[in-house]
Each structure stands twice: as C-alpha cells, then as structure tokens.
Design a protein around this ligand. Structure first.
Ligand code: BGC
Length: 345
C-alpha cells in the first residue's frame, strides 16, 4: 500500500478511536484515578487513604462502574510527584487526586494536566489561589484551618469556664503552655497557631507561652521537643497546644517517658491513634475532621470529573472550586459537642 494511503488510514483510525471515548450519551464503564500522596507515612493522610479506598469499592458496587486506583507515594519530593503525574497521564488516567508536596509549586502539575485535559482534585495541601484560578477543572478539598483553630481554642475556653482548675493545673492563675507546630510551608500551621492562641486569649484563659517549636507534623519530633522542654522548664508546662494529633501523641510519649503527669495535651485531626489516646484519657481533646465525608466527596468529585460530569450538587463548592469538610470538637469526658456545617468559611 502506498505510504500516503497508509498514513491517511492511520489518521482515520486515530480519529475514530478518539471519537469513541467522547461519543455523547455513551457511559464509561470504568474510570482510572491517579493519586499521589505527599507522604504515605503521614498518619492523617494514611487514614484518609484507607477510607478513600473503601469508598471506591462501595462506589463500584453501588454504581456498576469500575474504579481503578493508582496510588503513589511522593515521599516528600516534588520532583518525584511531578514524574508520577507525568506517568498517570501517559497511562490514560481520567482524573488526578493530588496531595501536593510543595503547595506553592503546583504549577508543573497543572501545566501537564491542562495540556492533557485531565482534571485535578487537590487535597489537604492547598495550592496558591493564582494556580487554582488557572483552569476551571481544578478543585480543592480540605478542612478550613481557621475554623479548626477556633474550635481547638474553644474547647479549652469552655472547659476553663466550667472548671478552671482543670486547665490552670497548679492554681497560680496563669496557664503555662507550649506550642507544637507543623511544617512552616503548610497553610494549616500558621493559621492554626494564630487562631487557636487568639481564641484562648479572647476567651479569657490567662495563658502564658513558655516556648514552642516546629515538629513538622511528626510524632518523633514532637516527642523530642517536649522532652527538652520538660527538662528546661520543670513544673511549668500545664498545656500543650499541638497543630495535629501526631505531634500531640509525641508530647504524650515524652510525658510518659519522663513520668510527668498533670499536663493537658490537645491536638487536631481525630486520627485513629489520636482517638485511641482520647479514649484512654491521655489526650484532653482534638478537633476531628469528618474523614468519611472528606473521602466520599473526594471520590465522588473525582469520578464525576472522570465521567465528564459536573461536580455532585449535594456537596456545595465555594467559588465552584473549594470543598470545606465539616469538623467537630472531641473532648475527654464531655466527648462530642458540636459539628460545623459543610462549608467552613
Ligand atoms: C494534618 C496533619 C498532616 C498534614 C499533612 C494537616 O492538615 O492536620 O496531621 O500531617 O495535614 O499535610
């Protein structure tokens, strides 16, 4: 066959194949989702991943659409994550769920996704607004950091009002606290710290900062810092305010190692080990995001993007882009108090 004719036939075949996938009214029977986690060993992300996988199975059973998940660990490297995205696209993923390593540097991912026409649902680490505004097929699911922090502060304010001696443990009229902070580049760290402390102050708890430090969300780093502080400020620490449950658990590990009692520790997330510590009385309280809902919205958004449909109406998006997961205060004894509505802001 002459070369020209062969090329023509090939072009016709490619065109037909392309039309096949997009023919109107034709329902896809399977969707492929590429997921990249900033670190698979992060407790909160790990909890979310397990629920997401379970939801995908449920979805398959209920809707008869096969949901193929390709889950990758970026191990804290933005370059690794960019290569994973490149691979997802070359494998024909219909949609991507990305937990960015560097939330300030999502542009390479967005470039690749836009060129390939593959929608992206970002989660947990919020890309900057400028990036999010580049395309109408970019979404973000997370938890509103200011709301989280206000709830974290409120749990201590309410307790102080009811039982001041349960917060001012040595009864000297001042509550000495230390602060465990997450990664500096994460939107949650700064906002959580600022609003939690502000809420405590405005709520009338007589707090005094003893010291604080960055433990990058990690239990072991939280534990090391707490151990140093316990020996540097013996008898002074009454409250540990932690930006997440894992670092709070680290502080509890240090309290146990040094056989120190009478220190209140509060966290954020409501992770599995966090809830266990609450249950056995080691953690005073936490602010728990509704992870079932978080994962459900993520899955349903991803599937509707993959099917070329608009996002599910039952989960209203702020500015057509952002979904804020509701959260609740869980505190020892009193336990569950209140849940926020779906939209945090
Ligand atoms: C969670 C942390 C987690 C971090 C990872 C935060 O929102 O509270 O526990 O380590 O996200 O990005």
């Amino acid at each position: 066959m002459p070369k020209k004719k062969l090329l023509f036939l090939l072009a016709v075949c490619l065109l037909l194949a392309a039309c096949q996938g997009t023919r109107k009214g034709e329902q896809k029977t399977s969707v492929r989702i590429g997921i990249s986690l900033y670190r698979a060993d992060d407790t909160f992300i790990n909890n979310l991943q397990s629920i997401f996988e379970a939801k995908a199975k449920e979805y398959e059973q209920e809707n008869g659409i096969k949901v193929i998940l390709d889950i990758q660990d970026a191990k804290g490297s933005q370059n690794v994550q960019n290569s994973q995205v490149e691979r997802f696209i070359s494998l024909g993923c219909d949609v991507l769920c990305i937990n960015p390593v560097d939330r300030m540097d999502a542009s390479a991912i967005i470039d690749m996704a836009m060129t390939a026409g593959v929608p992206v649902v970002f989660f947990n680490r919020q890309p900057v607004e400028e990036d999010m505004n580049r395309w109408d097929q970019l979404y973000y699911i997370g938890v509103d950091a200011k709301e989280t922090a206000i709830l974290q502060g409120k749990m201590v304010v309410d307790l102080y009002k009811e039982q001041p001696e349960a917060v001012d443990l040595n009864g000297d009229g001042v509550v000495g606290y230390v602060l465990l902070e997450g990664e500096t580049s994460h939107q949650d760290s700064l906002i959580r710290t600022e609003w939690s402390i502000r809420t405590l102050k405005n709520g009338g708890v007589p707090i005094e900062k003893i010291t604080g430090g960055i433990a990058n969300w990690e239990r072991s780093q939280g534990s090391a810092l707490m151990e140093q502080w316990l020996s540097a400020y013996p008898g002074k620490i009454e409250l540990v305010v932690s930006n997440n449950d894992d670092m709070a658990l680290g502080a509890i590990d240090a309290l146990e190692r040094t056989k120190t009692d009478k220190v209140n520790v509060i966290g954020i997330d409501g992770t599995t080990p966090g809830l266990e510590a609450l249950e056995n009385g080691k953690l005073l309280g936490t602010v728990s995001a509704n992870k079932e809902l978080y994962a459900t919205v993520m899955l349903e958004m991803a599937v509707s993007c993959a099917l070329g449909e608009s996002p599910p109406e039952e989960y209203p998006l702020e500015e057509g882009t952002y979904y804020w997961t509701p959260q609740e205060i869980l505190i020892r004894e009193t336990r569950k108090t209140e849940e926020t509505p779906s939209q945090g802001k």
